[in-house]
Each structure stands twice: as structure tokens, then as C-alpha cells.
Design a protein around this ligand. Structure first.
Ligand code: AMP
Length: 191
């Protein structure tokens, strides 16, 4: 069993690669962005709270996000491990995840960080807007806000895993298959 954090800026390909990794390794995929969007669509209380943050490209507050993630972990059998996509996005979330998994006798085995230059992210997100139906992909100001939030609040999360010797940078440019091949080898290398 391996628990993986798939890391990277918005538009790095985390969702696309998660789907392939789930097929190959039979992970349980937990995307906090997907869970928020499902709650917004279902007009739940959580969705109402989260909507304004997603629409503006801001992070949903840590306490809400951490509780939601823990509920999602508890709701799934974790046979082959979890792939965390879009979480943790702050150092506080990373610390909370470590503590929560440790209570269950578990841990994160590795963070795989997709590395993609900012110009390419903007191109990919604008393209994704044509099909995703995501409000936060459609507005260049919101795209820039998400990239800025990533640089200021999320990028430091890599240090948390570097300090634990669990960080692997993965080239996020090239074909989907090539990038998948790099991720697959990195996961197999985790033992
Ligand atoms: P994503 O689908 O990962 O791009 O996330 C879309 C949006 O959901 C983000 O811009 C945030 O508003 C919110 N979100 C997703 N994951 C988190 C998280 N771990 N912490 C706070 N907000 C999040």
C-alpha cells in the first residue's frame, strides 16, 4: 500500500494523471477540488461556503478543508492506498494530514511534484476552459490569482516533504503518456 501526494500548480496535469494512476495502481483518488465542486453542484452547506473561494481562485479555509478531507478518507476503504490530488495546499494542511494518518498507523510514502513553467500553465488552463465548464478556468484574472496563491501558499508545502526525504520532482512537459511513465516509475521506486 502506498499513499501518494500528487503535487503541482493549477494546470500541471494532476487530474489527468490521477485518472491514469488510479487505473494502473488501483488507488483511491481524493481530489479536494472535485469534492468542493460536487458539493457546489449539490447545493450543500459546504458547497455554499466553498463557492465564493473557488470562484475567486482563493483557498477554502484550512479548518473546513481538513475536516472534509478527513471525512473523505474515513469514508473510503484504503486497500491500495490514496492518491491525494490538490491536498495538502498549505503547510498546516500537510501537518494535519501527517497527524491524521499517523493516528491510523499510516503515512505519506511520497510527494510527486509535476513541474510545469507558468507560461505553459496559463495556456493549458485557458484551453481547458473551453471544455471544463469551470468558472475559475474562464477568467484570466482568476487563473493568475490561482497561480499566485500556489506560489505564495502552496509551493512551500514541498519543503515539508523534502525535509522528510519524500519529495520527487517530475518533469510535467511532454505527452500525457510520457509524463505518466515518469510518475509510474517514481511510484514503483517508492517500494
Ligand atoms: P483544483 O480542482 O485542485 O484546481 O481546486 C479548485 C479550487 O478548489 C481551488 O482554487 C480552491 O479554491 C479549492 N481547493 C481545492 N483544494 C483545496 C485545498 N486543499 N485547500 C483549499 N482550497 C482548496
Amino acid at each position: 500500500m502506498r499513499n501518494i501526494v500528487l503535487f503541482g500548480p493549477p494546470g500541471a496535469g494532476k487530474g489527468t494523471q490521477s485518472a491514469l494512476l488510479v487505473d494502473h495502481f488501483d488507488f483511491v483518488h481524493l481530489s479536494t477540488g472535485d469534492i468542493f465542486r460536487a458539493n457546489i453542484k449539490g447545493e450543500t452547506e459546504l458547497g455554499q461556503l466553498a463557492k465564493s473561494f473557488l470562484d475567486k481562485g482563493q483557498l477554502v479555509p484550512d479548518d473546513v478543508t481538513i475536516r472534509m478531507l478527513e471525512d473523505a478518507v474515513n469514508a473510503h476503504a484504503n486497500g491500495n492506498g490514496f492518491i491525494f490530488d490538490g491536498f495538502p495546499r498549505t503547510t498546516a494542511q500537510a501537518e494535519a494530514l501527517d497527524a491524521f494518518l499517523s493516528e491510523k498507523g499510516q503515512s505519506i510514502h511520497g510527494m510527486l511534484a509535476l513541474e510545469v513553467p507558468e507560461d505553459e500553465l496559463r495556456i493549458r488552463l485557458a484551453k481547458r476552459a473551453e471544455t471544463s465548464g469551470r468558472v475559475d478556468d474562464a477568467d484570466p484574472t482568476v487563473i493568475q490569482k490561482r497561480i499566485d496563491v500556489y506560489n505564495a501558499e502552496t509551493a512551500p508545502v514541498a519543503d515539508h516533504y523534502k525535509e522528510q526525504g519524500k519529495y520527487s520532482g517530475i518533469e510535467g512537459l511532454g505527452s500525457i503518456e510520457d509524463i505518466f511513465g515518469r510518475l509510474k516509475s517514481a511510484i514503483e521506486g517508492l517500494g
